[in-house]
Structure formats: structure tokens, C-alpha cells
Design a protein around this ligand. Sequence first.
Ligand SMILES: [Ca+2]
Length: 134
Amino acid sequence: MSVRPGAPDRSTGYAVTQEIAGTDSAPVALSQRYTYLAPTIIEPQNGATATLWDIDGNGEPDSVLFQLTLDESEPYAVLVNGIRTDFEPAAAGTTREHFVPLAPGEHTIEVAYRAGTGELGALRGTTFDAVLPQ
Ligand SMILES: [Ca+2]
């Protein structure tokens, strides 16, 4: 049986059904409940405006500062508009800063812990508006 992770920080239960001759049975058992963890996003907050910075000094502001806290010492992944990059674990409680190259406009960044198999845990996301500095 494979399961999909639930929303982060929320107790999630699974009911088990069996398909017999093309018909799903009534749920026969309720599994124990699980709480999936996800890294905490510090900034940009959901719905916020994020200033673009010129990190490489070429005169073009083109990167947003993305800050997260790792409450678990687990490998994790960052998904920028759905494009995933994997990162190695850090000590629990570490705050990580990622400068993410982005064009002005609305973007979504999600984070999740990942298992050794590469599967992602619960996703936590933020959608924000990247803007040029005033
Ligand atoms: Ca630049």
C-alpha cells in the first residue's frame, strides 16, 4: 500500500478499502493517524510582496530571498513554481537562506522534507509577488 502525505501539521487518518471485482469495499479499517511535518517558511509570507535583489552584482535585481527553518534534521526539497531542487540536511533548528532567481510577478515556492527514497513529505507553500526595488 502506498499513501500520499497529508497537509503539514495536521493529523491525517487513512481508511483502507479493497477492490473486489471492480467494486470498492466499504472501508474496513481506520489506520492510526499520522502528522506530517514540513519545514517552516519565514519569508516571503503567503500573499506578501518580495523585493528582488541584485545578488550577483550585474545591475539586475533578479533574486528573492527565501528563508526557511528546518525543525528536523532531514534532507529537504524546495520547489520553485513546481521545479524541484534537493538539499542536504542541516542541524534541527537551522534557518536556511536561499536566493531564488525569479522574474517580477507572482510565484509559488513550496518546501518539504524528503525521504531517502526521494519521496516528498507534506508540502508547505507560499505564493507571493516579486517586485523590483523602489
Ligand atoms: Ca543580478
